[in-house]
Design a protein around this ligand. Structure first.
Ligand code: SF4
Length: 490
């Protein structure tokens, strides 16, 4: 039987899904990591479910992991697999403790009747389970949830997710800890101290569990830093610790390539990464997967390019140096686009730029939001008939699906913030990576509109600095994006 015989009932495959699945089947035995480059509307969740059903037939259980609850809801609505969310999303039966962890450390066992634990047990024993990255990772440390096949949806998010997961802050460290060599020596001593606690026959099971996690984490960082300390950033930071200001030693890996990533531990035999924006040269290395046999499969966009053009209508450069001068032209262009389209529009802008636009765009069609009322305003916009939403930080997770969403505009090429130490390091020492993060954001913004094979939606690029950036980094943009530019500027 072919993999195509394992499509969940009630679904019909699109061409791009069929060709991708057949490629996966053909190469399954010779490949460890499949990178499925699938654009918006390719139907990644059905591809994931079909692979998982097919492997179930061969006795290989699968976990499907997704970045956010919003993606997990899509799987829950479409398929009947156990779906594990974060513990705080379940009703807790014991209100005497603030956190489940506190209760466990206090009494030493979990409640018999606990919705979270029930779902966890189902996810562990089921041949197919869905988790979000956080819920999966929390259990992967313990190991019980790991299955031989791991399918990651929206996998470009994994890079940042794993970096954050392996970032550590030391709270109690000696003043003389200044260089990375000092930190390595400190870890060696600390690991020895914890080892002695674990080996002590009087160490209780609860303490053992607590210290074992720290022991594993510190060992992992020590191994990585010993191998190449340049791949870690270490700096003192003023942070909040249990509500009080405290100096912490913040240790961040630039990538997890030197670490032992529990997400794909030894029991994970096959990994399938699905995304519309993974970078073949950069991301496998950053995920620590470059030593495995990998295969890249690119699927064609199922949306005809004439329905999703990207048109340059530059008002001038919107870089910090030129933004002030070109701001009046940006305002005029947005008003012009609003007059050109009677349907709903969306404008991607930074919070700073959106605040300035708020004073200039007084037509009631324009809607603005702040950090507190974002969701509420977005819901109002989605239900409206012809509003134009000025949105910040919405390059991902938003679906402007349907013909009433006619157009969107990108006001600025948004370079990663240099306040973030990883971005700053990349800007100085790894420019390709810095540019890739910029390109990724543009690809994601472009993907918000025109979401289904029969959908339509035009994207306007208003920032002239895109021209130079695109010429220099064209190879980073997927084929469907390049086609959209050619189509939009005929
Ligand atoms: S085991 Fe479940 S019910 Fe008990 S404290 Fe933890 S979350 Fe609450």
């Amino acid at each position: 039987m072919s993999i195509l015989d394992y499509v969940p009932s009630g679904y019909i495959l699109r061409d791009v899904q069929r060709t991708t699945l057949l490629e996966v089947e053909r190469n399954w035995n010779n490949v460890d990591v499949f990178c499925l480059d699938l654009s918006v509307a390719a139907g990644k969740s059905l591809v994931a479910a079909t692979i998982a059903e097919w492997r179930k037939r061969y006795g290989d259980p699968s976990n499907i992991i997704v970045p956010h609850i919003i993606h997990q809801n899509v799987y829950e609505e479409s398929f009947d697999y156990p779906s594990l969310k974060g513990q705080d999303r379940y009703i807790c039966n014991d209100k005497d403790f603030k956190r489940c962890k506190d209760r466990f450390y206090s009494v030493g066992y979990k409640c018999k009747s606990c919705d979270y634990n029930k779902t966890l047990r189902k996810a562990i024993s089921s041949p197919i389970a869905v988790c979000n990255y956080h819920s999966y990772m929390n259990q992967a440390y313990v190991g019980s949830i790991i299955k031989p096949v791991l399918i990651a949806d929206e996998a470009h998010n994994l890079v940042r997710f794993l970096n954050d997961k392996y970032t550590t802050t030391l709270w109690d460290f000696p003043d003389k800890l200044h260089t990375k060599d000092h930190i390595i020596m400190w870890f060696e001593k600390e690991i020895k101290r914890i080892y002695d606690i674990l080996e002590d026959p009087d160490c209780t099971p609860i303490l053992r569990k607590k210290y074992y996690n720290t022991y594993t984490k510190y060992n992992n960082i020590l191994e990585g830093m010993t191998e190449n300390k340049e791949e870690f950033l270490a700096e003192r930071r003023e942070l909040t610790y249990y509500g009080n200001a405290k100096t912490g030693m913040h240790i961040t890996p630039l990538s997890v390539s030197r670490l032992n990533v529990v997400m794909w531990g030894e029991q994970v035999e096959k990994i399938v990464l699905m995304s519309a924006s993974l970078n073949e040269k950069i991301d496998l290395n950053r995920l620590g997967l470059s030593n495995r046999r990998a295969m890249w499969i690119s699927g064609k966009s199922p949306i005809p390019v004439e329905n999703r053009p990207l048109r340059n209508e530059w008002v001038g450069k919107m870089t910090r140096k030129h933004a002030e001068q070109n701001f009046p032209k940006l305002v005029s262009k947005i008003k012009e686009l609003a007059g050109r389209h009677q349907g709903k529009g969306f404008i991607h802008a930074t919070y700073d730029l959106a605040n300035r636009l708020r004073n200039e765009l007084d037509n009631p069609r324009f809607m603005f939001h702040n950090k507190e009322n974002k969701e509420e305003m977005l819901n109002e916009y989605m239900a409206s008939s012809n509003k134009i939403f000025i949105g910040s930080g919405l390059s991902e997770g938003l679906s402007l699906n349907g013909h009433d969403f006619e157009w969107q505009a990108i006001t600025k090429v948004q370079y990663p913030s240099l306040v973030d130490p990883i971005n700053k390091h990349n800007m100085n020492y790894n420019k390709d990576l810095y540019d890739w993060e910029t390109a990724l954001n543009l690809i994601q913004m472009y993907g918000r509109i025109c979401r289904a094979p029969k959908d339509k939606g035009i994207t306007y690029m208003l920032d002239r600095s895109f021209q130079v950036f695109y010429i220099k980094n064209k190879g980073m943009f997927p084929e469907y994006f390049q086609q959209a530019i050619t189509e939009g500027n005929k």
